[in-house]
Design a protein around this ligand. Structure first.
Ligand code: SF4
Length: 299
C-alpha cells in the first residue's frame, strides 16, 4: 500500500465507494453540477477569471466553449505505478500557456479536439472500468475549463472508479471548493515558485499564490500526488523552493513524483535557457536535495 493513498487503495479493494458516487446519493453532486453550470455563464473556473459567458459563445484565454473537446482517451500505462492502468481522458485547451508544452497544438487550440457529450464521457468511463482500469483520470491541456462537463458526465456514470483530478493547479478557489467531496486523488503539478518565471514561461499571473492555496485545499480534502517537472535552469529558483515548501507545509510523507522528462517542445526554442534537456547533474542535485530535506515518499 502506498503511504498517503490508503483511501484510494480501499476503493480499489471495494471497501469504500468513490466519493462521486456518495455525492450522487446525497445530492451533493447535483448541487455542484448546477453551480458549475452557473460559472459557465461568467467563467472563473481558473485563476484568470475571464468572466466570459461561454454558453453564449464567448471565449476567454483558454478558448474553450461550453462543449467538452477531447483529443485522446485510453488506458494509460505511463502514470504513477499506483495509478496504472488509468482511464485517462485528455481535454483540449488549457488555462496556462507553457512555452515547452508537450500537448500543443491541442492544448492551445481546443477546436482540434472532438466534441464528446457528457453521456459519451460517462459511457467511456464505464467501458474502461469493465476493461480493468483502476481510476478515471481527467487531464488535458487541463481539465479545469471543463469542470461542468466532467461533473455532468459523472452524474450519468455508475462505475466505481476513483476520480483523479490531473491538473496544473491553476484553478480558482471556487473550483477548488467545487472539487471538494468529489475527487479521490488530486494529481497536481507544481511548476514554479516565483511569479516572474510563471509569467515568462507559462503566461500565468498570480501562479504561486494560486498553486499554494490549491495544494493546501487539496490536502484538506483528499489524497494527493504531487508532480514536479524539473526544468533546466530552474533548479534554484523553482524546483528546490517547491520541494522545501512541500516538506514544510504538507509534511515529509507527501507523495512526490520528481520527473526528469523535460524536453524542449513547442516554443521553447525561443528561450535559450529552456532549449535543452535536463542535465544528469541537475536532476541528481534535485534528488539529493529532496532526500536531504527529508521527503521520504518519492515515486
Ligand atoms: S477556464 Fe479560465 S481561461 Fe478559460 S474562460 Fe474560464 S477563466 Fe478564462
Amino acid at each position: 500500500m502506498v503511504e498517503g493513498l490508503e483511501r484510494y487503495e480501499a476503493i480499489l479493494q471495494g471497501k469504500v465507494r468513490p466519493r462521486y458516487l456518495e455525492a450522487k446519493v446525497s445530492g451533493l453532486l447535483e448541487e455542484k453540477v448546477k453551480e458549475a453550470e452557473r460559472i459557465l455563464l461568467s467563467c472563473e473556473f481558473c485563476e484568470r477569471k475571464c468572466k466570459v459567458n461561454r454558453v453564449a459563445g464567448e471565449k476567454g484565454f483558454c478558448k474553450c466553449d461550453d462543449k467538452a473537446r477531447v483529443f485522446g482517451a485510453f488506458a494509460h500505462f505511463g502514470e504513477e505505478p499506483e495509478l496504472v492502468p488509468s482511464a485517462t481522458i485528455f481535454f483540449a485547451g488549457c488555462t496556462m500557456r507553457c512555452v515547452y508544452c508537450q500537448n500543443a497544438p491541442e492544448s492551445v487550440t481546443p477546436a482540434l479536439g472532438s466534441y464528446w457529450s457528457e453521456q459519451e464521457i460517462a459511457e467511456w468511463i464505464e467501458l474502461m472500468y469493465k476493461r480493468g482500469c483502476k481510476n478515471v483520470n481527467f487531464v488535458g491541456g487541463d481539465p479545469t475549463p471543463y469542470t461542468y462537463n466532467i461533473f455532468k458526465a459523472l452524474s450519468y456514470c455508475n462505475a466505481p472508479l476513483p476520480v483523479v483530478w490531473n491538473s496544473n493547479a491553476y484553478y480558482s478557489e471556487k473550483t477548488a471548493k467545487l472539487l471538494q467531496g468529489l475527487v479521490d486523488v488530486y494529481l497536481l503539478d507544481f511548476r514554479y515558485f516565483n511569479d516572474e518565471c510563471a509569467l515568462k514561461y507559462s503566461s500565468a499571473p498570480n501562479y504561486v499564490q494560486a498553486a499554494k492555496r490549491n495544494f493546501l485545499l487539496a490536502t484538506e480534502d483528499a489524497e494527493l500526488i504531487v508532480r514536479i517537472l524539473v526544468m533546466p535552469s530552474h533548479i534554484e529558483c523553482c524546483t528546490k523552493p517547491i520541494l522545501r515548501w512541500l516538506a514544510e507545509n504538507l509534511g515529509k510523507n507527501v507523495r512526490v513524483n520528481i520527473m526528469d522528462q523535460y524536453w524542449p517542445a513547442f516554443n521553447s526554442h525561443k528561450f535559450p535557457e529552456m532549449n535543452r534537456r535536463l542535465s544528469h547533474e541537475e536532476f541528481a542535485s534535485v534528488l539529493d536535495y529532496a532526500k536531504e530535506i527529508g521527503l521520504n515518499n518519492l515515486v
